[in-house]
Design a protein around this ligand. Sequence first.
Ligand code: UDX
Ligand code: UDX
Length: 492
Amino acid sequence: MRIGVVGSGYVGLVSAACLAEIGHEVISVDTDVEKIAALQRGEVPIHERLLPQLLERNRGQRLTFSSSVSAAVAESEAVFITVGTPQGESGEPDLSYVESVASEIAAAISGPRLIVEKSTVPVCTCESIRKVLQLHGAEPGHFSVASNPEFLREGTAVTDFLYPDRIVLGVDDDFSAAMLYSIYRPLTEGTYCRQEGAIPGPDPQPKTAQVIVTNAKSAELIKHASNAFLAMKISYINMVANIAETVGADIDQVCAGIGADPRIGPQFLKAGIGYGGSCFPKDVSAFHSVALQCGIDFSLLSEVTRINTEQRRNFVKKVRTVLWTLRGKRIGVLGLAFKGGTDDIRESPAVAIIQELLKEGAAVCAYDPAAMLKTQEVLAGTIEYAESEYQAASRRDALLVLTDWERFANLDLQKLRAVMKLPIVIDGRNLFNPSQMAAAGFLYYSVGRALQITETMPNLWHGIHFGSQAVTMLPSGWPDHLRQLRSELVST
Ligand code: UDX
Ligand code: UDX
């Protein structure tokens, strides 16, 4: 099928590349002419695993780039809208980009077209798009509008697209249903994954996607309700972690216990410094606004947001408790992106925490494998940027872990300890094993887990104020193999 995808950002570009990968002729459109020129030159504007391979494979073949919406509409049978829907000042999403794209599409429609809303939008947006299309001259018989929400997590967006848990088709007529079925057939019938050279799925035996067919309004609600629920799960577990931390329980083990109940499930129960990104914060607020417009006070959602904001403050409080005063303290930071695997810093808890530390007079040196360029645009010259994790830690009073990049968990602990002025690590993502950190001589604080100190730790720690965090003494006389066994048991 010939498909236009309007908006070539984190969602649009991945969607366009994946639609080309599964066999369609795709035009990826963006108003940002520099971005389009860069894509045409073969550059990849975002850090997203497997996207460079897909672009390389399909560029100039089944995937082309353009800055003209009308050209894409003229040449396509289906047009996906994937422009941003940022949060407006009152918490409601700003839908002006969606509206302006819809009006441009209207002017270019000449025969039957399916318009697919993929950006995250409030319920009833498809209805508004239909009105805009008509107002701007599209003939009623010439178009259908459907909702097809995305469930793409940055960092795994390509495999999320190609091997989805579910594909939601929000359709109000047969034409939309037939077109969308046809677009996704390679995924629903499993022909893509059997194809030679297919991007491998995340599981050894990839399942074919479950298709959920509903009307447009229900599909729009599914998207907002899913993201708000996941955000709620994170805020819930962060509160449980705060209790665990105070009493000396272990949040990892509590999560293993809770998540083993299939009614709850183990995912999205990772405690930390709260959720960020371009979706959860904005979608929770937007869903709350939708509810209020329906006359329903969904106050649970304001609690989810409040807890999330508070969790960042708690972390800064922890840093203050450990380091006492922050003015003049030299702090190393690992991670700037809102999560590992991306260069995206929108609503990143890491950036918010750094801004607080700077306000209190700390000097920050940060390292992130992908997000330093984007952070420079926001934090400019207020912090130093390191070339490696070890450089960020070098001669620092403390090292903070703020993003869950996998590579951070594999650092050489002896080397890390050797470069630091004080061996203090405050981990907002629970990347390390507390016993191993204690054994390596670190005073290691994390979220929802007791601080472990060994009898052999230097006298330096005596008299340190541990705040409300519980402390576990590790016996120093344990033979190494028992110590190893214990940490393995703890980590499983
Ligand atoms: C997407 C969704 O659209 C949003 O609703 C969802 O909640 C998060 O994911 P995302 O892809 O992350 O947004 O946004 P971004 O990376 O900012 O990309 C949007 C692109 O649309 C930009 O490249 C921008 O230049 C382009 N755009 C915007 C247009 O082409 N036309 C416009 O009128 C506005
Ligand atoms: C989200 C949705 O998951 C995805 O389906 C789509 O709708 C776009 O929005 P994304 O924002 O890319 O994806 O990342 P996600 O993996 O959902 O993480 C969001 C935030 O929650 C990150 O800051 C992450 O660090 C945090 N998080 C996630 C936790 O704090 N704990 C967890 O257990 C999981």
